[in-house]
Design a protein around this ligand. Structure first.
Ligand SMILES: Nc1ncnc2c1ncn2[C@@H]1O[C@H](COP(=O)(O)OP(=O)(O)O)[C@@H](O)[C@H]1O
Ligand SMILES: [Mg+2]
Length: 342
């Protein structure tokens, strides 16, 4: 009874288990092990070396089997599907039977998250260090005797101020992202008229657009009364529209930015279309990642943090909506998102 239960446990385990005897023959392999190493034939009685190619794993099994001390070993290896596996190899000796039991734990996701965190910290440090280095450089130059010339003084202080603003923007975006990710501030859903929201946002961009000679247009096929309300967090959705229009204006040199709203079944779709520089195809998939920018220099110059779209994506997902982008390099970009309507 107990043995049968144990067999079920091993069979159902979300960890690969393999038992190898001291001749290197497999005595038992559970389904997870088979899947991990992508083998469909019955493994019992087959030599371990025929199933696994990873030299590190084979050597380690050998070592565990042959070493005097017969110590357990832990290693990290790659599975057949390129998964990262932590393998624990434990020698056993029972009723004259010697061998190794191997446990294989898939840590791909953990490693991926770890790598993202590491990259993120490195990115943040780098992004903060750049403006800080400039601020320090200009301040030092001024202290070294640049204070007399009023023109230089004003010029340098303006640059220092700009870099300080960039750091502030970055820190604000980081805090927003962190709050969104940790759900510290829950979304406050209320029925919203998306067109009113867009109109309000557009007003704030009129000067910026006019200065660049860009026309801001809001389009909607439905009449005012026909457009249903969406359940959404006003402040957050405003942030989405601000970020998208800000990008559209920033990355457009001439032409127009068009915002359209339409209803598709039980969804409302908003498109923000510009006639700007576009996004190269190779970058399209990564554009929503934190700090991912097509042209870092250009984005920084324009006061960008590289976090806008990451924030936007988070907010839309928090509304059970979808967001995507279409673009031709050089031929304009459309960011679209949907929100459910009930
Ligand atoms: N409308 C657009 N047209 C062209 N490129 C865009 C557009 N919107 C976003 N991008 C690209 O996506 C990148 C990331 O956008 P975002 O996260 O808002 O960061 P930021 O605007 O601070 O650089 C931008 O740096 C830019 O390269
Ligand atoms: Mg932006």
């Amino acid at each position: 009874m107990k043995e049968q239960l144990l067999e079920v446990v091993v069979k159902e385990m979300q960890q690969g288990v393999v038992i190898i005897n001291d001749k290197g023959l497999i005595l038992y392999a559970n389904p997870f092990f088979q899947e991990t190493f992508a083998v469909n034939l019955p493994l019992e009685g087959i030599n371990f070396t025929e199933v696994v190619e990873d030299a590190v794993l084979l050597n380690t099994v050998e070592t565990v089997l042959s070493s005097e001390a017969r110590q357990s070993k832990e290693i990290t290896i790659k599975g057949k599907g390129n998964q990262i596996l932590e393998a624990r190899l434990i020698p056993f000796s029972q009723n004259g039977l010697n061998g190794v039991i191997g446990f294989f734990h898939d840590v791909t996701e953990e490693k991926r998250v770890e790598a993202i965190k590491r990259d993120f910290v490195a990115n943040v440090s780098h992004e903060l260090r750049t403006p800080l280095a400039s601020i320090k450089g200009y301040a030092e130059t001024l202290l070294d005797g640049g204070l007399e010339d009023k023109g230089v003084l004003k010029n340098f202080l303006t640059i220092i101020d700009r870099h300080a603003n960039r750091m502030t923007a970055l820190i604000e975006d980081l805090l927003t992202l962190s709050m969104l990710e940790s759900h510290q501030i829950p979304m406050k859903f209320e029925p919203l008229d998306i067109r009113v929201l867009i109109t309000n946002v557009i007003q704030g961009f009129e000067k910026q657009a006019k200065d660049k000679g860009i026309e801001l247009i809001i389009e909607s096929g439905e009449t005012y009364r026909e457009l249903p309300k969406v359940m959404g967090d006003r402040v957050r959705l405003e942030q989405v529209i601000v970020n998208l229009i800000d990008n559209a204006i920033k990355y457009t040199n001439k032409g127009a930015v068009r915002i359209s709203v339409r209803i598709l079944d039980n969804l409302m779709q908003v498109d923000v279309t510009d006639t700007g520089i576009g996004i190269p195809e190779k970058d399209l998939l990564r554009i929503f990642e934190r700090f991912y920018r097509v042209d870092k220099g250009r984005s920084r110059e324009l006061g960008g943090t590289g976090l806008g779209l990451a924030i936007v994506k988070h907010i839309i997902h928090g509304h059970s909506g979808k967001i995507w982008v279409n673009s031709n390099s050089g031929g304009g970009t459309t960011f679209s998102f949907t929100l459910p309507i009930n």
